[in-house]
Design a protein around this ligand. Structure first.
Ligand code: MOS
Length: 744
């Protein structure tokens, strides 16, 4: 058993963050640094008929004003517009702005102003005057419903626009109970504390970007393609990233624009998005309408599921957050059908946002399951157990690991579910109506296509440096990876220093889809094991070593000391071995190549429980407590996993009761682009959150069996709350967020 993995080690980057020593991408101090500010289109659709930059250019300190007229050269002005995550194309926005006068969405970047100080750049940006010829815009499902289409593929080509198995009509004909409802889920924005920022510097033809990103390599790949540079000419550094929630997964145009501005003015450029620009320049979870039909027999077994979604995408990309995948895979059901309907609208391409897909999809499915339980007079957990998917319903493949039944059981015990009176509207405390609800959680273990690399080096003082390019955007990845390396090397966590957040280091995939912990740890573990095995192999063939001639398989390393498992007293430390051989260090680079993923289905599972108190006179909902039990495979750091899962559950609370970005269809713009008007849960909203994990062993997904905790905590949380609201009030709300008006 590992002495290191799982331990609640404190964040290795914590002291730098709390003392202010951490430097974020908009805080990099460089000699001669100048400042860029982006100007966004104020209309959602049309053409720039005139853009007058003379006053801005004449303002104090201004070095340049770039527009579509003078931006070039951008790789042939027809850049390879393939945003990239881990080495291949990904479903990001394929449009690059400022190449012509067309305006496709409000906020689209139409000018960059560069000045010697930020204040002067901001002032000059206000002096850029633009005239538009505006054309009619479409920004909501309501406006575009008539022209909705089902695309061939969605999500950058990764998923089909529709899917089916069996015969849904026949399944519905067999059903003795049906639920059939339409749901509306608000658009959401990410709202990380640190806004996106890029600092760009050219040294000859070598470009360095300090970028706030979930994947330094993704920024490198995207910007290199956009600017027509070879990868080795672009280095991306992301030492500290202040949150993301999906907003920094895709690489948006400001990174390349910062590089172009820096090249134009011949000085390093800092470009940070404003809070308001975070609502128009880094994507969002799209507003979506769902229609779900469930059919079940008297025994509660599902006979058919039909699940359709309609949402707005950009003019360029067939993006839909993949909200229908969960209804296909969550329960055993022979007859299934889904379809994504898209409306081409005047918005930026939507993007990954906190449990993309599952958070909205499971709200819908799990509310519908609760209705089914109510209609059948079955306990909600019992209904789910009767529909438990023993194998993946889509492929028929076994799961790599599951643990869902254990999550239900443990969650029910912790929450006190047993003995619940299912009748709605019957439990009161004074004037408050009290209710409880539950939901399942499922989140896929994302298949990874690219090899994951890391380098480990041991020094003659017994310390190690381990390197991998990933960014820690607040997840605790740097700490967890330090533990993984220490564990494989057999040294103390304190003896390991991790270097990360830099494409000059061995490459890894961007941390998206909760995959960071699983895949990065695979590379780190591989490198560290190779280094340990290398030193052991050299020691047993070294005539000066007490281990000379021993069987390498019988040697273990504890606290940096290599010794025979059976004779721990005879051995030597790494430091002694290096010293005797006059070596400052030894190192190994490891590469983990993901195995083909066609024999197993892999997902993380969990169970969510919530209790609410509803004031029937005011329509207010307070979440009193939440319990979440998850089976995320191996847990690398208990504290950090707990924080991730708790954070996810609270984001679920936000989605259920608070979060909405409202589109003003007349203006074609978001009406509430600020942290004052976009409500997120704060401490005063946060109930007692109880988090527990079931440690299932998974020998398939990656060497350490890590399935990830990044997003599963959010999945199902909104449904558990909505189901509790029904239990409290007898009112079924098919919309997110659930607001006061819905309950009056
Ligand atoms: Mo995460 S929302 O998949 O970047």
């Amino acid at each position: 058993m590992s002495a290191t993995i799982g331990r609640p080690v404190a964040r290795v980057d914590g002291p730098a963050k709390v003392t202010g020593a951490a430097r974020y991408s908009a805080e990099i101090a460089l000699p001669g640094l100048v400042h860029a500010v982006l100007v966004g289109a104020t209309v959602p659709s049309g053409r720039i008929t005139a853009i007058d930059t003379r006053r801005a250019e004449a303002a104090g300190g201004v070095l340049a004003v770039l527009t579509h007229r003078n931006l070039g050269p951008v790789a042939d002005r027809q850049p390879v517009l393939i945003p990239s995550l881990g080495g291949g194309p990904c479903p990001g926005q394929t449009f690059f702005p400022m190449l012509d006068e067309t305006v496709h969405y409000a906020g689209q970047h139409i000018a960059i102003v560069v000045a010697d100080t930020l204040d002067r750049a901001e002032h000059a940006a206000e002096l850029v005057s633009v005239a538009y010829e505006e054309t009619p815009s479409v920004t909501t499902v309501e406006q575009g419903r008539a022209q909705a289409y089902v695309p061939e593929r969605i999500f950058g080509g990764w998923m089909p626009g529709r899917a089916s198995r069996g015969d849904v009509e026949a399944g519905l004909a067999q059903a003795s109970v049906r639920v059939d409802s339409t749901y509306r889920c608000a658009a959401n924005h990410h709202n990380p504390i640190e806004t996106s920022a890029t600092t760009a510097r050219w040294d000859g033809d070598l470009l360095t970007l300090w970028d706030s990103t979930q994947g330094p390599n993704a920024t490198q790949l995207t910007v290199a393609a956009q600017l027509g540079l070879s990868l080795s000419r672009v280095r991306v550094v992301s030492s500290f990233v202040g949150g993301s929630f999906g907003s920094k997964a895709m690489i948006w145009d400001h990174a390349a624009l910062a590089a172009l501005a820096a090249r134009h003015v011949g000085a390093p450029v800092r470009l940070a998005l404003t809070r308001e620009q975070m609502f128009s320049s880094t994507g969002h979870r799209e507003e979506q309408e769902h229609h779900i039909v469930l059919g079940a027999g008297d025994d509660g077994r599902l006979t058919a599921v039909r699940h359709h979604k309609t949402s707005v995408t950009s003019p360029f990309d067939d993006w839909a957050d993949p909200a229908l995948a969960c209804s296909s895979g969550a329960y055993a059901c022979p007859n299934y059908e889904n379809a994504y309907r898209l409306v081409r609208g005047n918005t930026i391409t939507p993007t990954f946002t906190r449990a993309p897909g599952e958070s909205a999809g499971m709200f819908v499915l799990e509310t519908a399951m609760d209705e089914l339980a109510d209609a059948l007079g079955l306990d909600p957990i019992e209904l789910r157990l009767r529909n438990h998917a023993d194998v993946d319903p889509e492929s028929g493949n076994p799961w790599s690991s599951k643990g869902l039944k254990e999550c239900y059981a443990r969650g029910a015990e912790l929450f006190g579910w047993d003995g619940r009176d299912p009748r709605p509207g019957t439990r009161r405390e004074g004037r408050l109506l009290i209710g409880t609800g539950m939901a399942s959680a499922i989140y896929p273990v994302a298949p990874v296509m690219t090899p994951q690399r890391a380098r480990a080096r041991l020094y003659d003082d017994g310390r190690a440096v381990v390197q991998s390019s990933f960014a820690d955007f607040g997840t605790g990845a740097a700490t967890a990876m330090t533990q993984v390396a220490a564990d494989a090397l057999g040294i103390a966590v304190e003896a390991v220093r991790f270097e990360y957040g830099d494409t000059a280091l061995p490459s890894t995939v961007a941390a998206v889809g909760s995959a960071g912990a699983g895949v990065v740890s695979a590379g780190v573990h591989t490198a560290a094991v190779q280094l340990r095995e290398q030193v052991i192999a050299r020691a047993v063939s070294d005539t000066g070593s007490p281990l000379h001639g021993a069987d390498p398989a019988g040697i273990v390393v504890l606290d940096g000391c290599m010794a025979l498992r059976d004779a721990p007293a005879t051995g030597e430390t790494y430091a002694e071995f290096l010293g005797r051989n006059h070596l400052t260090d030894v190192e190994a680079t490891g590469t983990w190549t993901p195995p083909p993923s066609d024999r197993y289905a892999a997902a993380t599972f969990g169970a969510q429980f919530a209790e609410v108190a509803v004031d029937p006179d005011l329509g207010t909902v307070r979440v009193r407590r939440m319990t979440g039990v998850f089976a995320p495979g191996r847990v690398l750091n208990r504290t950090m996993a707990h924080s991730q899962l708790m954070g996810g559950m609270l984001w679920g609370l936000g989605q259920a009761l608070l979060e909405a970005t409202h589109m003003d269809p007349a203006q074609g713009r978001w009406a509430n682009p600020s942290l004052g008007d976009y409500l997120v849960p704060v401490n005063a909203d946060a109930p007692d959150v109880q988090v527990d994990t079931i440690e299932v062993q998974d020998d398939v997904v990656n060497p350490l069996g890590v399935k990830g905790v990044g997003e599963i905590g959010m999945v199902g949380a909104a449904a558990a709350i909505a189901n509790a609201v029904f239990h409290a009030t007898g009112r079924r709300v098919h919309k997110l967020p659930i607001t006061i008006e819905d309950l009056l």
